[in-house]
Structures are given as C-alpha cells and as structure tokens.
Design a protein around this ligand. Structure first.
Ligand code: IPE
Ligand code: IPE
Ligand code: MG
Ligand code: MG
Length: 289
C-alpha cells in the first residue's frame, strides 16, 4: 500500500477507535466529550503515533490506545484553551466551541474527563509482556510532555508573555512547549514502544520538535489570513513577530531538518515523511496527508 493510502486507512481506524473509547451515555458531560472529539480534527498526533511505531513494524492494534489517548489529551487542551479565561474562542473546527455548546462548567469537566480518560487508556493498554517496561516509559513520557514542563507550561507562557516584549528565542521555546511537546510525545511513544536505540530516539525526538515548531508556525501563518485573529486576545505569534516571509522560510527549513533526521529509517518512515511534508500545504484542511 502506498504511504498516502496507508495514512488514510490509519485515520479511519483512529476515528473508529476514538468512538469506541468515548463514553456513550446521554448525560451532558458525555455528550460534551463526544462533541469536542468527534468534530473533524486532523488527527495529526495519533497519525504520528501510528507512523512512528510503523518504523519498528508495530501494528496499529498495539498502537491505537496510545494514539487515542494522545488525541484525547489534545482535545482536552483545546476545550480549555477556548474558555473565556484563556483564549475566549467561540468557535473550534468551524462550529461553536465546547463551552458555547454546553456551558463553561460542563466544558471544564469534559476537558478534565478527556485528560483522565487518556491516562486510563494508557494504563489499560494491552501489550505483550515483553513490552511492559516500554509501556511504562511511554506513559511517563506522555505525562512529562503534556505536563507543566511541556504543554501546560507552554500554555502558561502563552498567556503570561507579552507579545510586544517577546524575543524570537522566547517564542520558539514557548511553541516547543505548548504545541511541540505533545507532537514530540506522539513520535516518542512509537519509538519507545518499538524499542528504538538511544540515537534513534534522539533522531525521532529531533524530528518531533522540528515538526512541532513548524506546526504552530504554520498555524500562526494561517491565522494571520483569517478574521478570527482580531477577536482573540493578543498572544505571542511567530508570524507576527518575524513577518510572513521569514515565517514561511523558517517553516520550510524546519520541515527540511525534520525529514533529514529520518535519513536512517528508509522506507518504513514514509508515513512520518509524508506527515512532515503535509505541513507545507497551506490550507486549513491540510496538516495530514
Ligand atoms: C490546534 O491543533 C491547536 C494547535 C496546537 C495549533 P490542530 O491543528 O491539531 O487541531 P485539530 O485537532 O486538527 O482540530
Ligand atoms: C493551542 O494553541 C495550544 C494548546 C491548546 C495546547 P492556540 O491557542 O495558538 O491554537 P488555536 O488557534 O486556539 O487552535
Ligand atoms: Mg491558546
Ligand atoms: Mg487558542
């Protein structure tokens, strides 16, 4: 199967698995969780888990719980990011954000619920006995990358640093945390479960950090073209800081560097290569093949 078709098939599998893992009841809380997740996300992070694990011949069945857990954690972060106390965004994925549809109280709890469910799924992931230690390492990595040293720390920087005072180095550090950390975790989880050597892990982490940075720079470039920008509070923004042309040049350089770090992985890394290249396509639907 060609890599494009394989990614499309993986996306379908991910959608089905997300549905299966979500609670199905009629309560507003469960509905809010389903509303937030099942609304057409690109599934970039779970695709990374599957594509990174594929470098080691790991099958989707083993990887899907990890992939879904990361998508749930990502969706919790989006629900909370949109709240009035954070970015105060009324829309997400082209429809009312979770708190607009269900109220702030339920939206906060739906985010909490998705984060907690993510770790429950990770802990319960069924792996062969010889992968048990790798599973523990993978869970620890997700916790660290999603936590205060990673994504949450990045969100804290995002709301506290003033755009007018920020330097390029600061904005890169911020992005590496708020967006790059979870993207890097997705790549690392596949590598850890696959038994990557230290130097392979370094190469894959480097790939993850480069596409993580690229992902947010691309998002900032796309945002600069939309009316939405004016409605959200002033936040540090790479494209606004360095200008659109420099931001695009940086984006291309990051993708080049990310793909270069996959040199040793031959054809098994085709999915990862394709996911990186998809970030050069500048429309809102892209970001996955
Ligand atoms: C949006 O993430 C928030 C950022 C970290 C830039 P995505 O662009 O992955 O959002 P979905 O999941 O595809 O909607
Ligand atoms: C969201 O970043 C990052 C996380 C939720 C961790 P942004 O605030 O820049 O992304 P959008 O524009 O709301 O998707
Ligand atoms: Mg934000
Ligand atoms: Mg936001």
């Amino acid at each position: 199967m060609r890599a494009e078709q394989s990614l499309a098939a993986s996306k379908l599998r991910i959608e089905q698995a997300l549905e299966r893992f979500l609670p199905g009841g009629e309560s507003p809380l469960f509905q809010a969780m389903r509303y937030a997740v099942l609304s057409g996300g690109k599934r970039f992070r779970p695709l990374l888990v599957l594509s990174s694990g594929a470098c080691y011949g790991l099958r989707p069945k083993i990887l899907l719980p990890f992939a879904c857990a990361l998508e749930f954690i990502h969706n919790y972060s989006l629900i909370h990011d949109d709240l009035p106390a954070m970015d105060d965004d009324d829309y997400r994925r082209g429809r009312p954000s979770c708190h607009k549809a269900f109220g702030e109280d339920i939206a906060i709890l739906a985010g909490d619920g998705l984060l907690t469910l993510g770790f429950e799924i990770l802990a319960g992931a069924d792996v062969p006995a010889k992968l048990q230690a790798r599973k523990e390492e993978a869970i620890r990595t997700v916790g660290w990358r999603a936590g205060v040293e990673g994504m949450i720390g990045g969100q804290a920087l995002d709301i506290s640093l003033r755009p007018q005072d920020i330097t390029e180095a600061q904005v890169e550090d911020l992005i590496l945390k708020k967006t790059g950390a979870l993207i890097t975790a997705a790549v690392e989880v596949g590598a850890i479960l696959g038994g990557a050597t230290r130097s392979e892990q370094r190469a894959l982490t480097n790939y993850g950090q480069n596409i993580g940075l690229a992902f947010q720079i691309r998002d900032d470039i796309l945002d600069s073209r939309s009316a939405k920008k004016k409605m959200t509070p002033e936040r540090p923004d790479y494209a606004a800081l360095v200008g659109l042309d420099m931001a695009k040049t940086k984006l291309e350089a990051l993708i080049h560097e990310a793909v270069a770090s996959l040199g040793r992985f031959s054809r098994k890394a085709e999915g990862l290569r394709l996911l990186a290249f998809s970030l050069l396509v500048m429309n809102h639907e892209a970001g996955h093949a």
